[in-house]
Design a protein around this ligand. Sequence first.
Ligand code: DGT
Ligand code: CA
Ligand code: CA
Ligand code: ZN
Length: 587
Amino acid sequence: MENIDVARTLEEFADLLEIQGANPFRIRAYRNVVSTIEGLSRPLKAMVDAGEDLTELPSVGKDIAAHINELMSTGTITRLEEVAAEYPRTLVQLMRLDGVGPKKARKLFTELDVRTVDDLQVALEAGRVESLEGFGKKSAQKILRSIEEHRRHVGRFLRDEVEQLLAGVLDHMKTAPGVERLEIAGSLRRRKETIGDVDLLAQCEGDGTAVVDHFVAFPGADRVEAAGGTKGNIVLRSGLSIDLRVIPARSFGAALQYFSGSKEHNVAMRTRAVRKRLRVNEWGVFRIPEGVDPEALGKEAGERIAGDTEEGVYAALGMQWVPPELRENRGEIEAALDGTLPRLVTLDDIRGDLQMHSTWSDGKATLEEMARACRDRGYEYMAITDHSQAMAMVGGLTPERARAQWEEVEEVRSRVEGLDILRSAEVDILKDGRLDLPDEILAGLDVVLVSVHSFMDQDKKTMTDRVLRAIRHPEVDILAHPTGRLLNRREPFEMDVEAILAAAAELDVAVEVNANPNRLDLSDVHVYRARELGVKVVLSTDAHSPRGLDDMRFGVDQARRGWLEPGDVLNALPVAGLRAWLGRRST
Ligand code: DGT
Ligand code: CA
Ligand code: CA
Ligand code: ZN
């Protein structure tokens, strides 16, 4: 059992307790433990096996430690099962719908016997929900819309979750018999925002039965869906499905190319190949003999001209090797044929992080701790971007506190050498597009980030005008998490992104790719568009702790999917270049 499984179980427990109407302090305690576990760098399993006292972890009391131990040894928690006997686990999905929440989920269950999202849809469509006390017609419509949204997300996983869930499987496969090489293919290799299932390829000569048998014996597998001589599939407890294919060396490159996808990229490749009288499949690249219908040929018929390496497959078609992040048939085939693929940005190109929070607002670490963590990552600069006053519940900065923070910035600068700390703030864009801090404070900041955190359900025109007004303010440098989306949880705002990007180009305002794997906002398609329009893009983690700074790699992945080169990325500039850009309007 991985840490993420434990965290998910405790989160479910907390949700069920909330539906039950348990003591809020108790629920809070569970939620705190969930974030503790998410932040752990070591496997809980190893700690339990070593007999370590879990109550030494932050927020973990005796009861919860006992629950974790029980979960590790038996796979369940008795107390959780008791609550689930009273309130079905499926209610958790109900309470996560926009417009429902724990109290309404309980009410739907006790009054209408609604247990699942399907039940709820039926009840809504029959008009039974709107007549319940506390609901009404408007809220019923809202819930119906969020059910539609929910259906679109079901079954897709966030990339950081997948990586955690997969770690144990990859470890397990290290001891698979006869495997010379193991590679990740599919959407995970392409670094897509969300992942449907995982595709693994194992290189092995001859019969693959022993490899597949080893794979499906993974102790964390909840079910085995397929097990044969060339292919296996397991489903983990979390519902994540993993395919394994066993491939001989002569075809490994072709299989890697094929199973990395995307399907659209592969289809376009095959079309090009046929024009050259070549055939590409998961076994290799083959020359089609004159006068022969390729459809009539066997899988490996014809003269093999490539297959063992992926580079060879592309080369056989006269193409540059295409980085997996670009394989979406968005112009990469043509560019690879012309030899004009971009030189994509890498993590090494990144010289600083321009969005993070500290204990001045909702961060977990002090400004100095964040600064030291940035310096340890080898950054040249960072911006400390605590929230502004409208975010009162997280202690957002008032003008007075902003000034007080500047003094601390000076002190930390003197203590943490070799790092330029920029005065900044994540300034709220108010309902009407005004900014949440007065001009004299904005003028005193080195870099001004603006973002929307309230009234997110405004209509398209209102939201677009609001954001346009905000970025027209002459002090603004960066529009942070521009569309407000949370992957699998919250749709982007209704907003004319094209108009915002066009304005950003004209005003020379940068747009952010928020690297938090829950956000990845902007999307890859919008990043691509930003580049076309000549808008500078900044990759920022929005870290709330030193560990959060590690999310930069997800931002880089997203930037690569949007075709960005180092020159397109604001925080790939050295500190002098960044400072010069920040002073671009003062002449
Ligand atoms: P996912 O799993 O939904 O996140 O996305 P993928 O891209 O990993 O898709 P998946 O797992 O269905 O298939 C893996 C790759 O295998 C896919 O990207 C391309 C290749 N593939 C699968 N089915 C087909 C197909 O019918 N035609 C072609 N050309 N390629 C396919
Ligand atoms: Ca897949
Ligand atoms: Ca698959
Ligand atoms: Zn924010």
